[in-house]
Ligand binder design. Structure first.
Ligand SMILES: Cc1cc2nc3c(=O)[nH]c(=O)nc-3n(C[C@H](O)[C@H](O)[C@H](O)COP(=O)(O)OP(=O)(O)OC[C@H]3O[C@@H](n4cnc5c(N)ncnc54)[C@H](O)[C@@H]3O)c2cc1C
Length: 415
């Protein structure tokens, strides 16, 4: 595949952009593959990419029921951070964050990684204690964060009302190398690189059943016929419970809609990401000038990929207290995605009761930021049949053994 470069842009501009190749091929499915990955979201595509790049396995198909990146990967608010409390989480989230630093070069696709800094406001004494504790844990884990004063918050984000009215800003957990990236480009970049390695990305191909013999996976039934495989990776976020059901096991996962909205574009007003967990909302400004606003998850299980008006009202009402200037903004659009929540708010990267079938899910409201780290760890699990150091703590057995990785920092709104 031809490389993207400044020279290529100049060349194509001179010939009316007639020479661009398709970014990825659309092949017909083969009868068999070494590995089938279900789900062409970021995590599925990254799994395929690192199977090829790190383990030399390229006889891979990624099956997607819709279009690639059309699930949560293309619906999230793109916050990237690694300031988690538990060591196992910090390790995989920081691995992912560090891979974002060089992703545009690695994939030869501009994913617009913008390490502009992520700030999590402390608006109660409880949060102050919690974030100070996290900052200390991060120092031990080698993750660069600090607890900053209200004055420093105001300096970094002049549009914040630090004095209240209900919840004054008492400080913040600040990760200067956290930030955002262009979500579609992450999916497109991995897809293009996978296709370049000869892998098959098959869109509009829904998996409807999992074939097995003598306790081992042998393939999948799909809307485009049966496809055999030696190993199967299920990477379908909010649909994980359904796929696990097809493979014959149950998951400790709730699927719920999580919503977000964007405003009309305005002049540059805020150049960091701010999360306000107490009032329940977060905001960043996109390169186009829109304020990207995220709210909470629905309080009941559902599979609707839609926004709803009560969420907009709750989220905007909460944020207006901290950012009074947004009260006059017009809303441009809002939407929802189905996220997969575990009880301890930590992911599952695991072998399953079905031999040679592996699952990656449970990233809940915060899995965009881990796409590269998760793909790296999942590829190792699939290639070797056993988890490597990044995935070892995230097995399904932890729910049976009561060995939870309780990520209070990851809970609720904190994407
Ligand atoms: C509104 C919102 C805001 C968010 N904000 C953030 C954020 O700021 N930062 C952050 O880190 N995370 C955020 N997240 C979470 C993040 O988007 C997800 O954790 C992440 O994208 C999950 O990626 P994935 O590849 O696992 O899933 P997805 O991108 O959902 O991909 C799974 C794919 O599997 C496909 N699939 C399902 N069933 C089948 C089947 N039977 N056969 C074939 N294909 C199937 C789906 O069509 C889908 O394309 C947010 C999520 C939402 C919804």
């Amino acid at each position: 595949m031809r490389r993207y470069s400044a020279f290529a842009i100049a060349r194509e501009a001179a010939r009316f952009h007639s020479g661009w190749e398709r970014a990825w091929a659309s092949p017909e499915p083969k009868p068999d593959y070494q590995v089938v990955v279900i789900g062409a979201g970021g995590h599925g595509l990254a799994t395929a990419y690192y199977l090829g790049k790190n383990h030399g396995i390229t006889n891979v198909a990624v099956l997607e029921k819709g279009y690639l990146g059309g699930g949560n990967t293309g619906r999230n608010t793109t916050i990237i951070r690694s300031n988690y409390l538990q060591d196992a989480s910090a390790a995989i989230y920081e691995k992912a964050r560090s891979l974002f630093e060089t992703m545009s070069q690695d994939l030869n696709m501009n994913v617009m990684f913008s390490p502009r800094g992520v700030m999590m406001l402390a608006q109660t004494e409880h949060e102050v204690r919690g974030y100070k504790r996290t900052a200390q844990a991060n120092a031990l884990q080698g993750v660069a964060t600090e607890f900053i004063s209200p004055g420093r918050v105001k300096e970094l984000v002049p549009i914040i009302a630090i004095d209240g009215p209900r919840y004054p800003v008492l400080g913040a957990l600040w990760q200067p190398r956290g930030g955002t990236a262009r979500h579609d480009a992450v999916a497109w970049g991995y897809a293009r690189a996978c296709s370049d390695m000869g892998m098959h990305i098959i869109q509009k191909c829904e998996v409807t059943g999992v074939r097995q013999k003598d306790g081992r996976v042998t393939g999948v039934q799909t809307s485009r016929g049966d496809i055999g495989c030696k190993k199967l990776a299920i990477v379908v976020a909010g649909h994980s419970g359904r796929l696990a059901g097809m493979a014959g096991f149950r998951l400790p996962i709730d699927s719920v809609a999580l919503q977000a909205l964007v405003s009309e574009p305005i002049k540059p007003a805020m150049d960091v990401v701010v999360m306000a967990n107490t009032v329940h909302g977060y905001m960043s400004q996109s390169d186009k000038g829109e304020m990207v606003i995220g709210g909470g998850a629905d309080g009941y299980n559902n599979y609707t990929q839609r926004g709803s008006f009560h969420h907009i009202e709750e989220t905007v009402r909460a944020l207006v207290e901290t950012f009074p200037i947004i009260s006059r903004l017009k809303l441009l659009r809002h939407w929802g995605g189905i996220v997969d929540m575990t009880g301890d708010r930590s992911p599952i990267l695991s072998k399953t009761p079905l031999a040679d079938c592996f699952i990656n899910c449970g990233w809940g409201t915060g899995g965009f930021k881990t796409i590269p780290g998760s793909g790296w760890a999942m590829a190792e699990l699939v290639a070797k049949g056993e988890p490597g150091p990044l995935a070892a703590a995230f097995g399904l057995d932890r729910f049976r053994e009561g060995r939870f990785i309780d990520e209070s920092v990851a809970a609720g709104v904190a994407h």
